[in-house]
Design a protein around this ligand. Structure first.
Ligand code: 5GP
Length: 261
């Protein structure tokens, strides 16, 4: 598939056109940003790991009937995905209170929530992705009620599936961010899962030690982000156990996986 012109560059990914108007290439960068772009760096190998982890999770979600934009992984850093019209909302799903929720409401960090909590943020970097109410979505027509009902149903299934998947490998799914898009199918809009699901977009804590295996290692200056993401990939079965945990070995990921198939 030939890479065309750059259509969009985000904080962690770039979208390129292809010769097929319905498909685009999603390129995973090594850039890491936090606190609305105030903290920035490049972490060698992060994009490679996120590409593989997100591919794994989205393919598994497809298998349980969650429609999503992933068509196939092209190489170490790129995926072919369906071009969608992104709904400009970040859907935050929380199972355990931490991060901005605890700061905003004074809830004790680590409080297990009785039910998953869905929050909505407007996807707007200039405004710092502000928290919004569901009513704002309808008032400003960012999505309609039918779309949000559909998204909520999908979110709860995704959350149930991911909690189980991570629990099986000794990881607690604390919270995560999802994005959805509209796809025209036979003249009708269908809502599908888009973007990525990776340690950049989830909080993942080791079940026994509560060790952070996600982007909080960068946000909180905990270090060792690549070993943590590699640990997640290994436990998911994407990487062989014997692979050394280093950025250099991360670059060998695709050949390791191919041999294992
Ligand atoms: P919080 O609101 O506590 O900062 O984040 C809640 C969850 O959503 C975390 O798992 C966090 O990684 C994810 N999240 C929220 N906003 C963003 C964002 O703009 N980018 C990324 N990569 N993740 C986000």
């Amino acid at each position: 598939m030939k890479k065309g012109k750059k259509l969009y560059e985000g904080k962690a990914k770039i979208i390129y056109a292809t010769q097929d108007k319905d498909l685009v290439i999603q390129y995973f960068k090594d850039d890491a940003t936090a606190f609305n772009n105030q903290k920035k760096t490049t972490i060698d190998g992060k994009g490679v790991l996120n590409n593989r982890i997100s591919e794994h999770i989205l393919s598994n979600l497809s298998q349980i009937g969650i429609k999503n934009h992933l068509v196939k992984r092209l190489n170490m850093r790129e995926q072919i995905v369906k071009l969608v019209e992104i709904i400009p909302i970040e859907f935050i799903v929380r199972n355990v209170a931490t991060g901005s929720l605890t700061k905003r409401l004074g809830i004790e960090d680590g409080t297990v929530l009785k039910e998953p909590l869905i929050e909505y943020c407007l996807k707007d970097d200039k405004l710092g992705d502000p928290l919004i109410a569901e009513e704002h979505i309808y008032a400003f027509e960012w999505a309609n009620k039918k779309e949000i009902e559909k998204v909520k149903k999908m979110i709860l299934r995704i959350n149930d599936f991911m909690i189980g998947m991570f629990r099986g490998i000794g990881i607690k799914l604390i919270d995560f961010k999802l994005e959805f898009g509209r796809l025209k199918v036979n003249g009708k809009n269908e809502i599908i899962l888009a973007d990525e699901i990776s340690p950049d977009t989830c909080r993942l804590w080791d079940s026994i030690t509560d060790k952070k295996l996600d982007k909080d290692r960068f946000r909180k200056d905990l270090g060792d982000l690549i070993p943590a993401y590699t640990e997640v990939a290994k436990r998911l079965g994407i990487l062989h156990e014997q692979s050394n945990v280093s950025a250099v070995n991360v670059t060998q990921l695709s050949s390791v996986k191919k041999k294992s198939r």
